[in-house]
Ligand binder design. Structure first.
Ligand code: ATP
Length: 387
């Protein structure tokens, strides 16, 4: 129907990018990006006459999003050329043809279009050997300055390479390494890098991409002095395997694990760069000190128990809890999760005010000591009537 609307208003209409790539690969993709050679807003409005949809315009990018009631979304963009007044900042955009629109895209595998207009419905537009690259499993930029104009493509290249088990083409890889070494990632805003990192974390196998980022020197430009050793990898593996909906922002946990040995000054600059919470260095400090304590106990061959968790961990912020959990093997992680659940559920019936009113206790420290003892007894299975 998109093509019919295109015909009705005399606009060449194409589905482009990731949708076409995934269609050719036989993979599911419900992100539909449409490009029209004409006014995207007018296209969306005309489309809206036939369906109950809401259109939202993003003027500066010449795009309009069409939202259906069932949650489906179609993005319509005016075919455009981008020109960069400075490298690594967002470009200016100008109306153009589909060929130029495809040329400004990140990699050849993402630079194909399929025509939707009735007379040529289904025609594949492949101006730059894109289909061949897709068949060969190659990630290739379309022009030499691609990484300079948008260094976030460095992260995108790695993400697609690892997702599809492709390889970054030789010349593209040379350029990637060159611009990484010339600090082009440092020119991008922390927020844009964070967005790309979050997309990497959402991949089914983020560790593969993280290892590749390390191998290509990218990680050290994102998080200087990050530590990637066997412990880092096993912590990340555990975290990504166990990550549940209750996890705080995964990018915080990733950075905490990578930067766990960094000095407070270095952490401060990371906080500024990525807009992390001010408490971030403090989370690492606390998480590390608890982990070190637990490690000592494990090394001694002792079992981790509710008592040990209660004495060393208590109940800090979720970021710290997730870090500690990643630090623990499967068996201890289960114990730890049980401990946290119990800590939440099983509170002693006796409260501070009962101790004051009924038992005449006055001193805060003493009250706290008694409440702690009661809570621990409860964790270890003391029935209510024995309190
Ligand atoms: P995914 O499957 O991860 O959603 P995608 O290819 O759909 O992959 P998007 O980030 O949704 O990725 O981008 C849609 C399309 O826009 C891409 O296929 C690509 O053609 C283009 N694109 C996105 N980001 C860039 C970029 N930084 N530089 C150039 N082109 C880009």
């Amino acid at each position: 129907f998109l093509g019919i609307v295109g015909n009705q208003i005399g606009m060449a209409t194409y589905v482009v990018g990731g949708f076409v790539r995934d269609l050719l690969l036989g993979r599911k993709n419900y992100d539909i990006d449409i490009v029209v050679e004409g006014d995207a807003r007018y296209f969306a409005q005309t489309f809206g006459r036939y369906f109950e949809v809401t259109c939202v315009e993003h003027k500066e990018f010449l795009t309009t999003s069409i939202f259906f009631k069932n949650g489906l979304r179609i993005d319509v963009a005016t075919a455009r050329t981008e020109y960069y007044e400075e490298p690594a900042v967002l470009p200016n955009v100008e109306m153009s043809t589909i060929k130029k629109d495809l040329y400004r895209r990140d990699f050849s595998i993402n630079a194909m279009a399929i025509k939707l207009n009735q007379e040529e419905f289904g025609l594949l537009l492949d101006f730059f050997g894109c289909k061949r690259d897709l068949e060969k499993g190659v990630i290739r930029t379309l022009y030499p300055l691609s990484f300079v104009e948008d260094p976030t493509r460095i992260l995108r290249a790695i993400r697609f390479e690892q997702r599809f088990n492709f390889r970054i083409e030789e010349h593209t890889l040379e350029l990637l390494k060159k611009y990484v070494a010339q600090n082009y990632l440092e020119r991008v805003t922390g927020q844009r890098l964070r967005d790309e990192l979050e997309k990497i974390i959402e991949e089914p196998e983020p560790i593969k991409a993280i290892k590749r980022m390390d191998e290509l020197g990218v990680l050290n430009h994102l998080f200087p002095h990050s530590l990637v050793d066997a412990e880092t990898l096993s912590m990340l593996k555990r975290y990504f395997n166990r990550k549940r909906s209750s996890s705080p922002k995964p990018v915080y946990i990733l950075a905490m694990i990578l930067l766990r040995e960094s000095s407070p000054e270095k952490l401060d600059s990371i906080v500024k760069r990525y807009g992390f919470p001010k408490k971030f260095p403090d989370w690492i400090r606390k998480a590390m000190s608890i982990s070190r304590e637990l490690k000592k106990i494990i090394v001694k061959g002792e079992q981790l128990s509710y008592r040990i968790f209660f004495e060393t961990v208590r109940k800090p912020e979720p970021e710290i809890l997730w870090f500690i959990d990643a630090f623990l093997d499967e068996e201890n992680s289960k114990k730890f999760q049980n401990y946290l659940q119990k800590l939440e559920k099983e509170k002693p019936k006796i409260t501070g005010s009962i101790l004051i009113d009924k038992f005449g206790l006055k001193e805060g420290k003493e009250i706290k000591k008694i409440l702690d003892k009661l809570q621990l007894a409860k964790l270890e299975g003391l029935p209510d009537d024995e309190e």
